[in-house]
Write a protein that binds this ligand. Structure first.
Ligand code: UFG
Length: 337
């Protein structure tokens, strides 16, 4: 019997790529998503990619009776929890909404899992939990730092909640996957990142600028202590990231307790390096100018990826060029979807 994996928040950018990998590998996939930041036709597109249709519930993960129905109607083996608000800037404007939504959905999920005896959980965490205090490359044994925004704090708090839950229930198995900067898209061009309004993140801003939707990209600061003065990040192809989740399912199936694991490439790329790689691989210009620093940004953020290799037997395989090519393919293809 194939394993059934529940993806709360599974219709979004990262969740849809995980769903595509799981469907391809023969897992049964159940998605619960309120579609607050995803389109309903993503389910059709997943079916187009894999030839199999995930079970889909349109519901808020914090809706206890809706979630209970999902667990009653499906025999869930493991959960990959991706539901949550994720816009850093918006979280500063609406902190209470972020704490309410991200913590509530997690607590409701944990309670419902307990009621139904489900013990395997993978949580969508973020490199942001390292805060500003730790030196790069980040290793998982570093203490979580002070986050610069409420979004980051929700990730840090949820990690703590999950760690406490594992102490109380020795049968629980939780892996918090700390994502670095997921970019790119599925090579089919059928799923990818679809930000509402003006993108906050660099890659969708680059693709929209290349497509002429935005006039020019603002490069936030060129006076950081980095080789070319612009911010350095660990960009990871979303398909590699999705494969890291599949590896984490194997891990939670064989272990109990709480672990945090970085999902990155271990390599840093600056804003200008990414812009130039994108222009070169796709043959399109990305008009850009230097702008002031964005508040809360760090000079460097990249992972030590040894723990993922050791525990998950996983490492990222795709290059920055792959990320740029697939992001552009998606941007061009999404016009017709
Ligand atoms: N940048 C620009 N111009 C833009 C957008 C971004 O120059 O228009 C720069 C930023 O200053 C930064 C880099 O591009 O140096 C990456 O910025 P992103 O907004 O794409 O990503 P961040 O590293 O700021 O944030 C990401 C995730 C967050 C997560 C954080 C820390 O989006 O969810 O990493 O792990 F919290």
């Amino acid at each position: 019997m194939n394993q059934t994996v529940l993806l709360p928040g599974g219709a979004g950018f990262i969740g849809s790529h995980i769903a595509a990998e799981l469907l391809d590998l023969g897992y049964e996939v159940v998605i619960v998503d309120d579609l607050s930041n995803a389109r309903p036709d993503v389910i059709d597109r997943l079916e187009k990619i894999s030839g199999r249709r995930p079970v889909f519930y349109q519901a808020d993960v914090a809706d206890r009776s809706a979630l209970d129905r999902v667990f009653t109607e499906n025999r869930i083996d493991a959960v990959i929890h991706l539901a949550g608000f994720k816009a850093v800037g918006e979280s500063v404007q609406k902190p209470v909404a972020y704490y309410r939504n991200n913590l509530d959905s997690t607590l409701t999920l944990l309670e419902t899992m307990a009621t139904h005896g489900v013990k395997k959980l993978i949580f969508s965490s973020s490199a942001t939990v390292y805060g500003a205090e730790n030196p790069v490359p980040y290793t998982e044994d570093m203490p979580r730092g002070s986050c610069t925004n409420p979004y980051g704090w929700t990730k840090s708090m949820i990690e703590q909640i999950l760690s406490d839950a594992c102490v109380a229930d020795p049968a629980l198995s939780v892996v918090c996957l700390r994502y670095f900067n997921p970019v790119g898209a599925h090579e089919s061009g059928l799923i990818g990142e679809m930000p509402n309004g003006i993108p906050n993140n660099l890659m969708p801003y680059i693709t929209q600028t290349a497509a002429g939707i935005r006039a020019e990209l603002s490069v936030f600061g060129n006076d950081y202590p980095t080789p070319d003065g612009t911010g350095v990040r660990d960009y990871i192809h979303v398909v590699d990231l999705a494969k890291g989740h599949v590896a984490a399912i194997d891990y939670v199936n064989q272990h109990t307790g709480w672990e945090a694991i970085n999902l990155g490439t271990g390599c840093g790329t600056s804003v200008l390096e990414l812009v130039h790689a994108f222009e070169k691989v796709n043959g399109v210009p990305v008009p850009h100018r230097i702008a002031p620093r964005r508040s809360g940004d760090l000079a460097f953020c990249y992972a030590n990826v040894d723990k993922a290799a050791r525990l998950l037997h996983w490492h990222a395989e795709k290059s920055v060029e792959d990320m740029c090519r697939d992001a552009w393919h998606w941007q061009e293809n999404a016009k017709n979807l």
